[in-house]
Design a binder for this molecule. Sequence first.
Ligand code: LLP
Length: 395
Amino acid sequence: MIELADEYGTPLFVYDEEHLRARCREAVAAFGEGVAYAGKAFLTTAMARLVFEEGMHLDVASSGELFVALNAGVPAERIVHHGNNKTVVELAMTMEAGTGRIVVDSFDEIARIEGLVAEGAVPPKVLVRVTPGIEAHTHEYLQTGIADSKFGFGLATGDAAAAVAMTRESPAMDLVGIHAHIGSQVYDVESFRKAVETLARFAVPLDLPELSIGGGLGVAYVAGEEAPSITEWAQAVHEAAVAAGITARVLAEPGRAIAAGAAVTLYTVGTIKEIPGVRTYVSVDGGMSDNPRPSLYGSGYEAFLPRSVGADRPKHVRIVGSHCESGDIIVAEASVPDDLLVGDVLATPVTGAYGHSMGSNYNMFRRPPVVFVRDGDARLVVRRETYEDLVRRDV
Ligand code: LLP
């Protein structure tokens, strides 16, 4: 890690390619062909290719993600297209490409697809996204009678049934299944069982060939946390499906569970400020522009020093970024070795999902490069942004 920091500079995303591949293979073994990687967690050309090579399909949630996937060479029939507000242009682009599944999310979208088919587009295969009224949180779920969500069609309101009737009857699309996504960073497979049971009451009588339970499997970020494996998740889902009489092929779309644990972010410690009686601030050379999750969700991370990985970490500090605001926190309550120094390379593990993909140019920071490591070799898959990149779109 220290060599990589030297060679590529910091901040730097370092992915263990074998870890990514192993999680993809686990997902394919657990759910079978058709299981999709949710690209929103982490998508680059190299990642799209890796996912394809390992036999997964790819879930895209925008025309931009669609472009990256197609441009990387992912066959369109392996793509699942999501979004609660797909524009006519986006739908035209995806239908023209021949996207394998479009997950229909609104009555407006149904009308848009019908309009495009009337103009000559080929009718796509679609899933209807339903909101089962189960909102999964990190450790608990709460069941709501009325689905308050911008996504999908509510089961409780009858919208889901209406959408199924419309898409089934429409010659402009081929309804092949039902889709639901109950939330993200869900630790408890019970939430998924519950979702499957609820979905079964709706989906079984429809007798459609596919049922996707979306993504959402949580991962452990900090010491003491535990999360089910993809295999355990699939087992729970399949058991619940069998028990509920589901005969459809059950599919899923893990994002975080594939990518999160594969990466560490490397930073360089720039300043250490001890405020007596208050706390110690350790500033690193990245921040909310490479990992906005602590400031957005209050998410926790660990930190360690690659120069002494196994060292005790008795010192309590706050690791912050270099952005111009106090909320720019990387690790709010970090434990670090006593001898932490300015100039040290510091690593935060489990940053492979929703860090790079949610990164920004805030304060005109240049976004970090991404390196894939495998069998002792490293390859650059995304270069660091340059100052010129920062003005490239300016006219
Ligand atoms: N499928 C659908 C329809 C989704 O909306 C999502 C995530 C996934 C699959 C993948 O979920 P995963 O397996 O990664 O949990 N930015 C947040 C996470 C937002 C997830 C949105 N949808 C975070 O950093 O925690």
